[in-house]
Design a protein around this ligand. Structure first.
Ligand code: FE
Length: 204
C-alpha cells in the first residue's frame, strides 16, 4: 500500500503513516544518540508499559520524537545548529487524531527537559551529549518565570515522567516490542478522540 502523504492524513491512515516513519526514517537515523530514533521511542514505550502507565502516556512517549521526520528541515538539522521544533511540529500533526494528553506529552517534552535542568541540580548530568547540544538550541534551562508557568500545567507530573523515560530510553541493543504491536493501542486512542468529537458535535 502506498504510504499516505502528510497532506492527506485521515484517522484511517495515520497509524500506517507513523509506522512508515518508524521503518523508513527512524530505524536508520541516530540523531547523535547510540540508538536509532525508532529504538529510542520503542524503548520509551516499553518503560511506560512497565510502569503501567495509561495508554495516552505510552502513545505519548512512543511518538514523542516523530516530529523530527515531518518538518521541512533535514533530519539532522540540530547538527547544523538549528532547532527543528520537532516537539511542536509532531504535536500539531497529531492533534486532529489523538487525545490532548498524547499531544501534550509530545509538545512539551522539550519544555520538560528545560524545566528539569532548571530545577534539579543533577539533571543536566543525565543528558546525553546530543541532548546537551539540543538544550542549547532550545533555549537552555528555563527561567524562574518559565518554570512557574510550566509547573501550572494540569498534566505537569505526566509531562515530567515522559521526559524521564526519554532520557532512559537510550540503551544500545535493548529488546523492545515493534511499532506494529502498538497499532491497536493507537487505534483505540484515535477512536476515543473521534467518539468524543462526534459526541461534542451532536445537537442536543
Ligand atoms: Fe527523545
Amino acid at each position: 500500500m502506498k504510504s499516505p502523504d502528510q497532506t492527506d492524513l485521515t484517522p484511517d491512515n495515520i497509524v500506517a503513516f507513523l509506522g512508515n516513519i518508524f521503518i523508513r526514517h527512524g530505524a536508520i537515523s541516530y540523531l547523535g544518540e547510540q540508538v536509532t530514533t525508532s529504538e529510542h521511542m520503542l524503548q520509551g514505550a516499553l518503560l511506560a508499559e512497565e510502569a503501567n502507565a495509561p495508554d495516552a502516556l505510552i502513545a505519548g512517549v512512543l511518538l514523542h520524537d516523530i516530529g523530527h521526520y515531518i518538518h521541512e528541515f533535514s533530519h539532522a538539522a540540530f547538527v547544523q545548529g538549528i532547532d527543528d521544533y520537532h516537539d511542536k511540529v509532531g504535536a500539531a500533526l497529531l492533534a486532529p487524531f489523538f487525545p490532548t494528553m498524547v499531544t501534550a506529552c509530545i509538545g512539551c517534552h522539550v519544555a520538560a527537559k528545560r524545566y528539569l535542568c532548571a530545577t534539579e541540580s543533577d539533571y543536566f548530568d543525565r543528558l546525553s551529549p546530543a541532548s546537551v547540544h539540543t538544550l542549547r538550541l532550545q533555549g537552555g534551562p528555563m527561567s524562574e518565570s518559565e518554570t512557574a508557568k510550566f509547573a501550572n500545567n494540569p498534566e505537569f507530573e505526566s509531562l515530567l515522567q515522559i521526559r524521564i523515560w526519554d532520557e532512559t530510553a537510550k540503551i544500545p541493543g535493548k529488546k523492545t516490542r515493534s511499532f506494529a504491536d502498538y497499532a491497536p493501542l493507537l487505534e483505540g486512542l484515535i477512536d476515543a478522540k473521534l467518539r468524543r468529537g462526534i459526541a461534542m458535535s451532536t445537537p442536543t
